[in-house]
Design a protein around this ligand. Structure first.
Ligand code: GAR
Length: 191
């Protein structure tokens, strides 16, 4: 059994799809949700699914032990960032190298990096009058939105699209592909 931790800070719609996808799986268990925002939607989603939540604090994450012992204690083999907005500290990247993936709501390397998250990404894409956007699922390394790309999916942008309508299209792509790509990626990982 491979135990995964979902790191999420927001509404948690991706986390919900992932939890649903692996419910009842005999090979993959969503064992933990890690969150830095008390009251975030994802906390309720985890509670409803009976998945423990680890609330993390900035100081301990960036200048402490990056919660590596807490993750090890819980037997976490693999980390999935599903709307997690903090940069992953190098110590945690090193401890889980090749075992952390992220989803980004644009076609990296465009529209990535510091400050490029959630609605900010869609606002920038619309402002630049791009004709398409999409999602990128990639391994996490020490740099923001930089690691090896595993998968991308595209969507068209029309002249009628706004950041809000684009966000909906992107979420649809994420919900369709992220659980499947996680499953596929985990087939190459040893627990
Ligand atoms: C998702 O669109 C995800 O790609 C994005 O946050 C959203 C979370 O939505 N992640 C980033 O911007 C990371 N840089 P959700 O909470 O409904 O899953």
């Amino acid at each position: 059994m491979i135990s995964i931790a979902l790191f999420a800070s927001g509404a948690g719609s991706n986390a919900a799809r992932i939890i649903q996808h692996f419910a009842g799986s005999s090979t993959v268990s969503v064992a933990l949700v890690v969150c830095n925002k008390p009251g975030a939607g994802v906390v309720k989603i985890a509670d409803n699914a009976g998945i423990p939540v680890l609330m993390i604090e900035k100081e301990a994450f960036f200048r402490g032990d990056a919660y590596i012992p807490a993750l090890r204690e819980r037997g976490i083999d693999f980390i999935v960032l599903a709307g997690f907005l903090w940069k992953v500290p190098s110590a945690l990247v090193a401890a889980y190298r090749g075992h952390i993936i992220n989803i980004h709501p644009a076609l990296l390397p465009k529209y990535g990096g510091k400050g490029m998250y959630g609605a900010h990404v869609h606002e920038a894409v619309i402002a630049a009058k791009e004709k398409e956007s999409g999602i990128t699922i990639h391994y996490v390394d020490e740099l923001y939105d930089h690691g090896h790309i595993i998968f991308q999916a595209h969507c068209d942008i029309t002249e009628h699209d706004t950041p809000q309508t684009l966000a909906r299209k992107i979420h649809e792509l994420e919900h369709t592909y992220f659980p499947l790509i996680i499953e596929k990626t985990l087939q190459t990982v040893k627990s």
